[in-house]
Design a protein around this ligand. Sequence first.
Ligand code: AP5
Ligand code: MG
Length: 218
Amino acid sequence: MKIIMLGAPGAGKGTQAKMIAGKYGIPHISTGDIFRANIKDQTELGMEAKKYMDQGLLVPDELTVKILLDRVAKDDCRNGYVLDGFPRTIPQAEVLDKAVEELNESIDFAVNVDVKDENIIKRMSGRRACLKCGATYHIEHIPPKQEGICDSCGSELVLRDDDKPETVKKRLSVYHEQTQPLIDYYNKKGILREVDGSQDMNDVFNAIVAILDGADKH
Ligand code: AP5
Ligand code: MG
């Protein structure tokens, strides 16, 4: 199964993508996590991506597309994957479509996790992220067992550099301008499904599972 998670920054794409990956046994691929791991390791790619990410801007398509295509070509993607944060522009979606079509395959669903902008700003300031394994927490809604420490790998949790309120506002405006058009793009292809991302995370997940398992007839 090949799934794309759409939604504004902070809508819960990463939270849901991890749960989907666990249930269906497919890899969770987040371009944001790949960039953050490269920043942490101070690679050339990481240093280049950081310039854009810290300003709330998108990393240029040339850099992003290559990373994603290399990743989905790996063996563990043979039974599918859940993409989180890619595609983010129409050209990225077109490149992905072409790559998938070349394998005579197709994307099954593009799931849009819908959350209003005002809720997003509140969520982001409480988010804590593990830069080592990509796990995400929220100090109020989804706290780690031990404050400041990742439940999964024991690393230190941090507030992401791009989660400052000014940068979140910029990310939201970039989202509306460059990424939101993808909703229409996938709607026209008949694979768009919408879920209300403002519910409790388990309710959001149940709604997504109903879609993926075909219980939700749209
Ligand atoms: P990326 O890492 O993809 O960030 P994003 O899209 O801005 O999304 P977030 O990770 O901020 O949010 P999310 O939807 O995953 O929400 P989460 O589950 O964490 O990208 C970062 C940057 O990298 C971009 O700005 C860009 O520069 C660059 N980049 C990445 N991909 C790119 C691409 N393809 N092209 C170009 N540039 C690219 O949840 C948010 C918070 O809410 C958490 O604290 C969580 O615990 C909490 N939460 C989740 N669900 C719920 C719920 N139901 N109720 C209450 N709280 C909840
Ligand atoms: Mg994320």
